[in-house]
Design a protein. Structure first.
Length: 517
């Protein structure tokens, strides 16, 4: 299972979901957190995030990131939407988030926001071959998405978010008639233009998502049944009910709105513009009824993560050890010769085990040898000439999470000395290695050099080996074919072994075992 935390830094709220991705690529939500931070308050007039709003946002993000880390969620995907992407100081805010939490926040465009919302909705309800129009009324923007069960056909992001409408038009509470007229004109103009740009004007149904639509639905259900909505996803509301709630909000003072059953007090000043957008859209599309989805951008981010990382997730399932897994990731990124590299790693670790009385090293050093063997040929992605040196720099400058800086240095050096020159004090690559580790490096590199020679053809001719410790050390090879090339290469690579252990090496081979009839 892969643990994934999603942080959505919205204009109105900051959300976090903690999810586990299963081996079959399904997922389950283990916990949700939300804080209505109102990051975008006042930003759409000033084009700046206020100091107070940024302080609130930073505190919430810092708390959520700490919570995720404490629960063992090292993989955190964080995105920000319209308030941050439109503010002239949005970059400064994200730099401060990175400084205080270590998170790199991805700012999504309106089009990308629409795509992610569509992914969330598509997996929450049975969309058909016919087109569905999805609307998400956020704090800064409204996303309109046209799609069916197969694909998103078109998406548009409109500057009609509830906080934006409040900031630009509803400058006092209750608003004046002229303020409302200006707001309704802006909503009408943008929706009319957006719908004209859609390739089709006929929709199978209208679906709404977001906290605004959810809160509107909660109010409607309480008025309709006297009870809370039993399940928000797939609940339906009518245009008549939307108009009724809009009039109620319009004709109530701020204090009176707080007493409306079901209304979230933190939406008392923004639900009216959100409801106006929904009502106008229903009228323009001729939809008497609207279906609610409780999935949106956060769920879309999970599906998107799964789709983008299927191979990585498969590798995680196959290789649960985070150290080995990140070594394999690096090898894969560098297009390593997989069969050869893993066969060399297998031969090297057998040599390690059989020669333990000579070197006296432990499991950690065995791991270093295995990792260096897997990575020893990644330098070919740069150039075949001096690929051993290229391998050193690739390993040294890659993020091998799970290994300390000292371990990365050791693995890089072992790979560096799998061929050509023997380790020497004057070599620049050894300067970062503690003196106490240089003897270990020589012993492990000696084993890797022989193992690499034993697969000179890259055809796994040497199937297994046995070691007899004496002077000379005898390495007996079980072969699957003619081993002459492998033995020739291994003899040439035995120089460091003989220097370090002060014993000569000889190779013997056994023919392939005959298969019984």
């Amino acid at each position: 299972m892969t643990k994934l935390a999603i942080i959505d830094i919205g204009t109105n709220s900051i959300h976090m979901v903690l999810a586990e991705v299963e081996p079959d690529f399904s997922y389950k939500i283990l916990d949700r957190f939300k804080d209505m931070t109102r990051l975008g308050d006042g930003s759409f007039k000033s084009r700046r995030l206020s100091e107070a709003a940024m302080a609130r946002g930073l505190e919430v993000i810092r708390t959520l990131a700490t919570l995720a880390h404490n629960k063992g969620y090292e993989r955190i995907e964080a995105v920000a939407t319209s308030a941050v992407r439109e503010a002239v100081n949005g970059g400064e805010f994200l730099e401060e988030v990175a400084r205080q939490t270590g998170l790199t926040v991805r700012v999504v465009t309106g089009q990308e926001e629409a795509r992610l919302i569509y992914l969330g909705v598509r997996h929450s309800m049975d969309l058909t071959d016919r087109f569905t129009l999805v609307v998400d009324v956020g704090g800064g923007s409204v996303e309109l998405i046209l799609g069916n069960h197969k694909r998103m056909v078109q998406g548009q992001s409109l500057k009609l978010g509830a906080i934006r409408m409040k900031d630009l038009y509803l400058k006092q509470d209750p608003p004046t008639k002229s303020m409302l007229q200006e707001m309704h004109k802006a909503i009408d103009t943008q929706l009319k233009s957006a719908l004209q740009r859609f390739k089709t004007k006929r929709f199978d149904r209208l679906v709404a998502t977001s906290g605004m639509a959810g809160n509107l639905t909660e109010i409607i259900y309480l008025r309709r049944t006297g009870r809370p909505v039993p399940q928000l996803n797939l609940a339906t509301i009518t245009i008549k009910e939307v108009r009724t709630v809009e009039r109620l909000l319009l004709n109530s003072s701020f204090k009176a709105r707080l007493a409306i059953p079901g209304l979230d007090p933190k939406r008392a000043d923004t639900l009216l513009p959100a409801t106006a957008v929904i009502r106008n859209l229903m009228e323009r599309t001729g939809q008497e009824q609207m279906t609610i989805s409780d999935k949106a951008i956060r769920d879309g981010l999970i599906y998107d993560f799964i789709e983008r990382n299927r191979e990585t997730l498969r590798t995680e399932q196959r290789i649960p050890n985070v150290r080995r897994r990140n070594v394999v990731y690096l090898a894969q990124r560098c297009q390593y010769p997989q069969t050869h590299s893993h066969h060399v790693a297998q031969l090297a670790t057998v040599l390690f085990d059989r020669t333990k009385p000579l070197h006296g090293l432990g499991e950690v050093e065995r791991e270093w040898l295995e990792y260096a063997a897997i990575l020893h040929d990644i330098g070919y992605i740069i150039h075949s000439r001096q690929h051993h040196k290229h391998a050193y720099y690739l390993i040294k400058n890659s993020d091998l999470y799970g290994l300390t800086a000292e371990e990365v240095e050791m693995v890089a050096n072992i790979a560096r000395y799998h061929r050509r020159a023997l380790p020497q004090g004057k070599h620049a690559t050894l300067k970062a290695l503690p003196a106490r580790q240089r003897k270990t490096l020589e012993m492990l590199s000696a084993l890797l050099r022989i193992a690499d020679g034993l697969d000179r053809s890259h055809f796994s001719v040497i199937q297994s080996l046995a070691v007899t410790l004496g002077n000379p050390v005898t390495i007996t090879l079980q072969t699957a074919g003619d081993p002459e090339l492998e033995i020739w290469a291994a003899r040439a690579r035995a120089d460091l072994f003989e220097k370090v252990f002060k014993r000569s090496v000889q190779f013997e081979s056994r023919p392939p075992k005959e298969k019984s009839a």
